[in-house]
Design a protein around this ligand. Structure first.
Ligand code: SAM
Length: 204
């Protein structure tokens, strides 16, 4: 078992945990339906997918390309008592091991910043989305209050935390991602951006 996946899980439990229920509720409100297949891409320890499963009737496939994360994820699925609703999947966003048009909701938090070929990745997400399926891809920290709490804690651990955040969801980032997504097969998309988050939202 890789220590990094365990360390990340501990960090999430200690610092980030309060943001996921807020993001899950935000996703559900944006999507407007609450059943079908949800794919959580770059799920890590699984908390976004788990929180979506908890408040909806979605079946969730939680996917990551890191096998150590998948081991931690499997434990978390069981700890949450969601074995029948949430399944783990070892897979890469650049070559998603799912059939075309099968996913009603694709979510991803904090992962796209690590993708080698973002255009390929977005085209893959679009391929697996079903007609009228929704993509909700990006990064965020819930609301101003939860972000302030995360910032306070993370600055103790990493003095460059805000700099790192600025490189991911700062004021220049929406334009960069608008340019990337406009080169994909995605016809219409919208970027939600404010000091707390940046999400690329699209429908097929
Ligand atoms: C910062 S973590 C975010 C984890 C989780 N989504 C969360 O918000 O807690 C980024 C995750 O993306 C995964 N990842 C990076 N590149 C990926 C790829 N090409 N395909 C699938 N997952 C990937 C990493 O293994 C890691 O678990």
């Amino acid at each position: 078992m890789g220590n990094k996946a365990r360390e990340f899980d501990r960090l999430v439990r200690e610092v980030f945990a309060p943001i996921y229920p807020i993001i899950a509720a935000q996703v559900m409100e944006e999507v407007g339906f609450n059943e079908g297949l949800c794919l959580d891409i770059g799920t890590g320890s699984g908390y976004l997918g788990l929180n979506i499963a908890k408040i909806s009737d979605f079946k969730v496939v939680a996917m990551d390309n890191n096998s150590d994360s998948i081991e931690v994820l499997k434990e978390n699925i069981s700890q949450w008592g969601l074995d029948s609703q949430v399944k783990s999947l070892l897979g890469d966003v650049h070559d998603i091991p799912l059939a075309t048009n099968t996913v009603q909701l694709a979510v991803s938090r904090g992962s796209m910043f690590f993708w080698d070929e973002a255009i390929v990745a977005f085209n893959e997400i679009y391929r697996v989305l079903s007609p009228k399926g929704v993509g909700f891809i990006g990064g965020g920290f819930g609301n101003l209050e939860t972000k302030a709490a995360v910032d306070q804690e993370m600055l103790k651990r990493n003095p460059k935390w805000l700099e790192k955040l600025n490189n991911r969801i700062g004021s220049k980032e929406p334009e960069k991602w608008r340019d990337i997504v406009s080169k994909t097969n995605i016809m219409n998309f919208n970027i939600i951006h404010n000091p707390v988050e940046m999400w690329i939202v699209f429908r097929k």
